[in-house]
Design a protein around this ligand. Structure first.
Ligand code: ANZ
Ligand code: ZN
Length: 803
């Protein structure tokens, strides 16, 4: 037999698959459909990463398995190609991002094809293609028409280096996600999408989908629903009130001070009354310089200033409490003001200690002078007048109804999730399709004028004031108002990178449609996406944003189902051989090309799926790669022990059924590593026996095929099994034959149990007799006598009567 020439084999089969258009998804078919989705890559200049390979090979395995199972499979890929790295590269080199993107896409395409992925290459989408972003703009206009996109002045996280406004999710630990430099607060006009209005729908939607529990949890935390009350405190000597949001209305008797955020409008309003306004102004200036993260997470040492001259009254007991301004209270959450309960809230406790404010215990069980007692869900109320002796739950209810009946508060829910800051002052993004008219305000560009194309610019660098480079192209900026026909200016901000990826899965369904983003018939046929796999890092942002857009499209009748993804799973990271996250700076990055060159794509695929528990991080191991290559070498050599046979040989029956069951189920449960381990064991068994028959061999090849498609197709052909592998069906198993059921059976002689035998559950009376005769304790009572009667209940008991 020839040696395992993976290079020839892999290019040969890749060509055959392509020529036969094997992976083309057919619109409308009698077969059941399967839509498997993987997160499309950002075509960076670095090329494909082994992390991509892990992310894609899982659904690649499932997609290939589904085809063998008789499904019409849609398994698409595309390019999420707008974004900063390409733009920064363009700024450095002066080369147009379009050219750079096209080059990168070419490299990514080659790399993905080398791995032998079964993508439908006729359906690729590119978010930077005019025919694609036309529809991204179209969806934006729909949001705008429905009042879900608005422009507002706000403080934004601004990166001085990238010259770009960052979404909250993009500035972590007070640093820019992209370049790592310090983030500052800047007042700007910003586009927002009202994703908050979808909080409840996005939460409810989670109940009907099959997402991994940790994915659901992260989405819930991101939305951050909390239930409680809004309580109105009266500002002493006025008719004004200061409303606070609290999750703990039961602790109202423990309030010893109130706090407003530095940006709270109350300060401005009462500036005449406040006697230490200078001090407060200075504090406000300091707070401006801090990011939300610094204010909330880093503020171990609490800071604040008392608002002198203003006091507020507790609506329950009428007591006057002092008012403070402190930056641990955020303007963007709740009402921007809190009632402070230092006995039972850690932040309030630290603050009270530092500024010598009284602390009152209202829930029994701790020592509030030593530390805040916060473990209070099951506590009993004290020092609390009308709720004394109640548990927390009762107390909450009682207080809320009391507040409501007295008109000083109400039950309310709050969501952590903020509206989505939806613009960038950058070049390489979708232009936001509106114009600014002095008479008409902000006006959407008419649908028939879409796409609003990106114009040519000389310089891709944003201006120092944070304006997009588009702002400097007069011919483009100056236009006329679609409503009144007078002079108007185009919006020069572009959309954030999350825009294109918020609906790409819909475009795959009908990628070349010029009339609609996708036809209703095709959407009806392909949706929902049956299985979506991607990274945990996209679980809060991309996954929420795309569910939001999809849900919006559903609400306006543009898509037939409310939730886009029936199921969502996530892979773990692949770490370097040093156990650290792979990164260029650490020099521990593995390039898939090198592995393919040295061992072949099938080895790469097998190793990536074998590397460990799919959901957990896994360190790279060169020895592991070699081990997988040796496994494929052994697969290649099975031909040497191949014998005829159209059925499993008797003594392999259970082993085959068992392995088929295991591999079938493990693939579905993301246990690719144990599935491959079972196939390795199977090979060892056959090698030990010195033979494998054709039926056993062909089923083995089918099981391995989704993971290692090239070598298995080749072996199918060279071993003359008949037909081609990819036209076969997935092997089935007989559940009854998956276990070698051995049971213990009691043997009675003349009514007395004389011993026990171990026999397969389906044994006959003769087999039971043979087994019984090997047991000394039983044999002793039978030998030399005559058996006059036998009562054999299969699987239960064996009774012998002797004389
Ligand atoms: C009194 C109280 C007593 C509170 C107690 C907590 C414990 P979550 O669960 O995250 O929604 N809070 C409200 N608005 C705030 C803001 N803008 N900035 C900072 N903190 C704010 O948290 C709600 C709790 O966080 C609220 O309930 C409030 O403090 C505080 F034993 O009110 B609580
Ligand atoms: Zn106008």
């Amino acid at each position: 037999m020839k040696s395992y020439n993976y290079k020839n084999i892999e290019s040969k089969w890749q060509k055959i698959w392509e020529d036969k258009e094997l992976f083309k998804a057919v619109d409308f078919s009698d077969k059941p459909k399967f839509y498997g989705l993987v997160e499309f890559p950002y075509p960076s200049g670095i090329g494909l990463h082994v992390g991509h390979v892990r992310a894609y090979t899982s659904l690649e395995v499932i997609s290939r398995k589904r085809r063998l199972e008789g499904y019409n499979v849609l398994f698409p890929i595309g390019w999420d190609a707008f974004g900063l790295p390409t733009e920064n590269y363009a700024i450095q080199t002066g080369r147009h991002p379009r050219l750079v993107t096209d080059e990168n896409i070419k490299v990514f395409t080659e790399q993905l094809k080398e791995i032998g992925y079964s993508f439908d290459w006729d359906r690729t989408v590119d978010t930077t293609d005019e025919n694609y972003y036309k529809w991204t703009q179209w969806i934006f206009l729909k949001l705008f028409e429905k009042g879900l996109a608005y422009k507002n002045k706000t403080y934004v996280n601004f990166c001085n280096d990238c010259k770009v406004v960052l979404a909250n999710e993009e500035s972590q630990d007070g640093k820019c996600d992209r370049c790592g430099s310090e983030v500052v607060q800047m007042e700007k006009d910003v586009w927002f999408l009202k994703i908050r209005e979808y909080s409840e729908k996005l939460l409810e939607g989670l109940e009907k989908v099959d997402f991994l529990p940790r994915i659901k949890l992260e989405q819930e935390n991101w939305i951050g629903k909390s239930s409680g009350a809004e309580v109105d405190f009266q500002i002493d000597g006025t008719d004004d009130k200061l409303s606070v949001f609290t999750t703990r209305p039961d602790t109202l008797y423990g309030v010893t001070f109130m706090v407003v955020a530095p940006e709270h409008p109350l300060i401005e309003k009462y500036s005449e009354k406040i006697s230490n306004m200078d001090q407060i102004k200075e504090y406000q200036e300091q707070a401006k310089k801090k990011t939300e993260f610094e204010r909330v997470q880093l503020a171990k040492d609490k800071s604040g200033v008392e608002v002198k001259g203003v006091k507020v009254r507790n609506p329950l007991n009428g007591e006057l409490v002092p008012l403070w301004v402190a930056d641990y209270v955020m303007m963007g959450y709740g009402t921007g003001a809190i009632m402070a309960v230092p006995g039972h809230d850690g932040r309030d406790w630290e603050f009270a200690k530092k500024f010598d404010i009284p602390i009152i215990e209202v829930i029994q069980g701790g020592n509030v002078l030593e530390e805040a007692f916060t473990d209070i869900e099951n506590g009993i109320l004290v020092n609390s007048d009308i709720i004394n002796g109640m548990n927390v739950k009762e107390a909450k209810e009682k207080i809320i109804s009391h507040l409501e009946s007295h008109g000083v508060g109400k039950r309310t829910v709050n969501y952590k999730m903020k509206d989505w800051a939806f613009n960038r002052q950058r070049y390489w993004g979708e232009p936001i399709p509106v114009v600014h008219c002095e008479t008409c305000g902000i006006v959407g560009v008419p649908e028939n004028e879409l796409p609003v194309k990106l114009p040519q610019v000389k310089n891709y660098k944003p201006t120092d004031t944070g304006e997009s480079p588009l702002a400097s192209i007069e011919e483009w900026v100056n236009t006329t108002c679609p409503k009144c026909g007078q002079k108007a200016k185009r919006e020069t901000d572009t959309m954030p990178q999350w825009a294109g990826s918020s609906w790409y899965f819909l475009r795959y369904i009908d990628p070349r449609n010029n009339e609609e983003f996708a036809s209703q018939d095709k959407l009806k046929y392909w949706l929902q996406i049956d299985w979506y796999n991607g990274g945990m890092e996209h679980v809060s942002r991309h996954l929420i944003y795309s569910r939001f857009w999809h849900r919006f499209l559903y609400d306006i009748g543009e898509v037939p189902v409310d939730e886009p993804y029936a199921k969502r799973t996530a892979q773990g990271l692949i770490l370097g051989a040093d156990g650290e996250k792979m990164s260029k700076s650490r020099g521990n990055v593995i390039n898939p090309r090198e592995i393919i060159g040295e061992y072949g794509a099938d080895t790469l695929r097998t190793y990536i799926m074998f590397i460990g528990d799919y959901e957990k991080p896994a360190p790279w191991s060169d020895n592991g790669v070699k081990g997988c290559r040796r496994f494929l070498d052994r697969v290649w050599k099975l031909e040497n022990i191949l014998v005829d046979g159209n059925e499993y040989s008797k003594d392999n029956e259970v082993m085959m059924n068992k392995t088929i069951k295991k591999v079938t189920e493990d693939y579905e449960n993301l246990k690719f590593n144990t599935a491959i381990a079972a196939l390795m064991t199977l090979i060892n068994e056959f090698n030990a026996k010195g033979k494998i028959n054709k039926k056993e061999f062909s089923d083995f090849l089918l099981l391995l095929n989704p993971v290692a498609p090239h070598i298995t197709e080749e072996l199918w052909e060279v071993c003359g099994i008949g037909g081609v592998l990819h036209e076969q069906g997935w092997p089935g198993f007989d559940p009854e034959k998956t276990v070698e059921d051995v049971i213990e059976m009691a043997v009675q002689v003349n009514g007395k149990v004389r011993g026990k035998i171990q026999i397969p559950v389906k044994s006959t009376q003769a087999e039971a007799n043979a087994a019984a005769m090997t047991e000394e304790s039983i044999k002793a009572h039978i030998e030399g006598k005559t058996i006059v009667k036998e009562i054999f209940v299969p699987g239960r008991i064996y009774n012998i009567v002797v004389k």
